[in-house]
Write a protein that binds this ligand. Structure first.
Ligand code: ARG
Length: 404
């Protein structure tokens, strides 16, 4: 790579060994490094991490608390869309990349940097999300991905380099899994789970209790939505971040919210992933049921098809595109009716819908009932079927067995 020549680069810094080495590696190549840390709910001692970044050679460290913005502007739209990648993954990591990358560009502009950097490898989706997003905002910014370029061919070589440069390495904490965490969920990959036949070990359970250890007694909860957004749990109002955190803790205790799947990455490979998103699974279940109550069948089906498109778009890092804006406009129009409550039962490893109500409900008991008070016009049924069946009269004739 060209010599940095004192150019300023803003590095998306996590505080882990990889991005700490990135700092030093960039400094070694003549860059001035400013670290940017995005707090999306991954936890961590930002004071200590700031010290670590400065120790590795950064000239400044900037931290943005993005939890609320992430919940309100990324997680909620995705919930309204019912986005689940390949029908399983609630997209926690995928959703966080665009908000982090947007702030990375803002910080770069603020400090007058001409480049941004990230610690992603060449094999993952995160590089795609970061780099596409950065270019969507500012195609002139140079993008540097040290991990994709550097010479270290093993973990040991990295550790040697870190030690040589006095970057503190916690050698006792062997890096077994690659873990990415935010308020919406956790992605856990690698280690023995690279063999897709091997069950996830006990130490991969982070916020969700393994089913065999669940002691919580089954209980009912209710979630109230306003225009597609959850606002109350058991009649208590919560702000977005707090609601996700509260539900996550609660559902996690029931062993709810884990998925173990093979996933198709953007870069062509299949990977084995374990996800935890206890609040996500409960909210998606509740939100979808409320939609079944208030949206007509045709609209519901169109929306279900677009949920797949939406999840793919989020997964591929196409958040800040006209396509997402157009989809959100459609989805928000449907959500005007998604106000009401859903009652759920939590038990060991299971979340079940057991009740729903809304002032916009299309369900009408006096139409559905099989007992007294029936308002359904039975005389209409005959004509309805006659017309509906017209195009198909005789269509199955050839399937009949012929008599001798
Ligand atoms: N496969 C998931 C995704 O692409 C999780 C990625 C986790 N990232 C990480 N750096 N560990 O969204």
């Amino acid at each position: 790579m060209k010599d940095g020549n004192g150019k300023k680069v803003v590095l998306a810094y996590s505080g882990g060994l990889d991005t700490s080495i990135c700092v030093r590696w960039l400094v070694d190549r003549g860059y001035e490094v400013v670290c940017f840390m995005a707090d999306v709910g991954q936890g961590g001692d930002y004071k200590a991490l700031t010290k670590r970044a400065l120790g590795a050679g950064a000239t400044d460290v900037i931290v943005h608390d993005l939890k609320k913005e992430f919940a309100d502007e990324y997680v909620w739209p995705s919930l309204k869309a019912n986005a689940l990648y390949e029908n399983q993954y609630p997209l926690a990591t995928s959703l966080s990349r665009p908000v982090i990358a947007k702030h990375l560009v803002e910080v770069a502009h603020k400090v007058g940097a001409t480049a941004v950097g990230h610690g992603c490898t060449a094999k993952g989706n995160d590089q795609v999300r970061f780099e596409l997003t950065v270019r969507m905002f500012d195609p002139k910014l140079e993008i540097i991905a040290p991990v994709r370029e550097w010479e270290f061919d093993s973990r040991e070589a990295q550790i040697d380099y870190a030690k040589k440069h006095q970057i503190p390495v916690d050698v006792t904490k062997k890096k077994i899994y690659s873990i990415d965490e935010n308020i919406w969920g956790i992605s856990i990959e690698g280690g023995v789970m690279e063999d897709p036949w091997v069950a996830p070990p006990a130490d991969t359970y982070i916020t969700v209790t393994p089913i065999e250890k669940v002691t919580a007694k089954p209980r009912e909860i209710s979630i109230e939505f306003k225009e597609g957004i959850p606002i109350k749990v058991d009649d208590k109002a919560y702000k977005s971040v707090e609601l996700i955190e509260y539900l996550g803790k609660l559902a996690g205790k029931y062993g709810i919210g884990r998925v173990d799947m093979i996933e198709s990455r953007v870069v062509g490979i299949k990977s084995r992933e374990v996800y935890e998103a206890p609040a996500g699974f409960v909210l998606l279940e509740a939100h979808e049921e409320l939609e079944r109550l208030v949206l007509d069948g045709e609209l519901l089906r169109l929306k279900q098809q677009l949920a797949v498109t939406y999840a793919d778009l989020v997964y591929k890092g196409l958040w800040f595109t006209p396509m997402r804006e157009a989809l959100d406009a459609f989805i928000n129009s449907t959500q005007r009716k998604v106000t009401g409550s859903v009652k759920l039962r939590l038990s060991s490893g299971l979340v079940q819908v057991i009740g729903r109500k809304s002032k916009h409900a299309l369900y009408q008991e006096n139409l559905a009932t099989y007992s007294t008070g029936d308002k359904y016009d039975h005389s209409m049924a005959t004509g309805f079927m006659h017309l509906m069946g017209l195009p198909y009269e005789g269509a199955a004739k050839h399937l009949l067995k012929k008599g001798k």
